[in-house]
Write a protein that binds this ligand. Structure first.
Ligand code: HEM
Length: 184
């Protein structure tokens, strides 16, 4: 099988760092908000919130870097065995994931700015997002949207993982390796 050129080392590294962060952020987000709903305000809940905010903020800025790299370098060509239909579907799914990976942390940041609850790990405060008024009611609406879009992201990511594993184990067409290791 002839290997197609893949993504750069930096693109691959950022992809897997963000994947790992999202894998942590969704369960931690659900866990901490269930503790908040149960009115369990202790050091564990505080730590979960602090880490969730810090890791989510990191994802936001890493996504901006990824977006800049993608706009400059584009996407490496897919193997000729893939149909145009499949490539268009992949581009739509990847586009949606990019949009959600920026919208979800932006909403989290907007929510903690409105509440306000900017405190994060080590007692440090995140900067406030400009133009967001202080209002607990607004913060709750923003957090609802944050949660719904985060779960949408989780579902789309599961489809993305399933497709990647199909390329790795069934199609064996080198598409998975584009994001893992590749010999160009
Ligand atoms: C890709 C990044 C992120 C993902 C995937 C994510 C995911 C989630 C999830 C799944 C929940 C639980 C929602 C629910 O219970 O319905 C949540 C809650 C929350 N997230 Fe995020 N989050 C991200 C980034 C951020 C950022 C950057 C911040 C703030 C700086 C943040 C602040 C919060 C807060 C405060 C809550 C609790 C809301 C509440 O108690 O109602 N998140 N997040």
């Amino acid at each position: 099988m002839q290997m197609q050129p893949g993504y750069s080392v930096v693109q691959k590294l950022l992809h897997w760092i963000i994947a790992l962060c999202v894998l942590v952020l969704i369960p931690v987000g659900l866990w901490m908000s269930s503790r908040a709903t149960a009115n369990l305000w202790d050091t564990l809940t505080d730590a979960l919130y602090a880490w969730h905010k810090a890791i989510g903020f990191l994802v936001l800025w890493t996504m901006f870097i990824r977006l800049l790299i993608k706009l400059r370098q584009g996407t490496p060509p897919y193997p000729s065995t893939l149909s145009t239909h499949l490539i268009i579907t992949a581009k739509i799914v990847h586009g949606l994931i990019y949009v959600l990976l920026i919208a979800v942390p932006m909403l989290g940041w907007a929510g903690v700015t409105a509440y306000p609850a900017l405190i994060t790990i080590g007692g440090y405060n995140l900067p406030a997002l400009p133009f967001i008024p202080k209002s607990e009611a607004l913060a709750k609406q923003i957090f609802n949207l944050h949660g719904v879009l985060a779960m949408t992201l989780g579902v789309i990511a599961l489809g993305h993982i399933a497709a990647a594993l199909k390329h790795l184990m069934i199609d064996r067409d080198g598409v998975f390796q584009r994001m893992w290791h590749n010999k160009t």
